[in-house]
Design a protein around this ligand. Structure first.
Ligand SMILES: [Zn+2]
Ligand SMILES: [Zn+2]
Length: 134
């Protein structure tokens, strides 16, 4: 006779599953059931054990952003950068928000400056070129 081990093994449900499938109950199920029968005999007034908690459900993206915001607020060591900065633009992005107009403008300026800085690094400019870039 074969048997199947399940997550429910050790519970009354596990024992019933063995019986439903015409299996011999496994050791954990036998042990669990005899323990329950003994307890019921010894303590007829016993309050049942607390049922297992419901499985966790995934949270919504909105709730995730709110949690992240609260965590960031708690962990922040430098002052919050107001809207209209690269940091604020990145914050909108991180929270899955559409950047506000001030941040969109600031980000364009930030990227433009970054591009200019890269060009200057890549081409150590002659004085005339530097004048042309300015
Ligand atoms: Zn079992
Ligand atoms: Zn903003």
């Amino acid at each position: 006779m074969i048997t199947t081990y399940r997550d429910e093994c050790g519970t009354h449900e596990g024992l019933r599953l063995h019986q439903d499938h015409n299996e011999r109950p496994c050791g954990r199920c036998v042990e669990g059931e005899s323990q329950r029968l003994l307890m019921a005999k010894l303590f007829p007034e016993m309050v049942p054990a607390r049922p297992a908690p419901a499985p966790l459900v995934p949270i919504t993206p909105e709730q995730a952003a709110e949690n992240l915001r609260a965590l960031n607020d708690a962990m922040r060591t430098t002052p919050l950068q107001e809207c209209g900065s690269h940091a604020a633009f990145m914050r909108h992005y991180e929270y899955g928000e559409k950047p506000c107009p001030e941040c969109a403008t600031a980000e364009r300026e930030y990227r433009r400056n970054l591009r200019i800085a890269h060009i200057k690094l890549a081409n150590p400019a002659s004085p005339s070129r530097r004048n042309a870039a300015a």
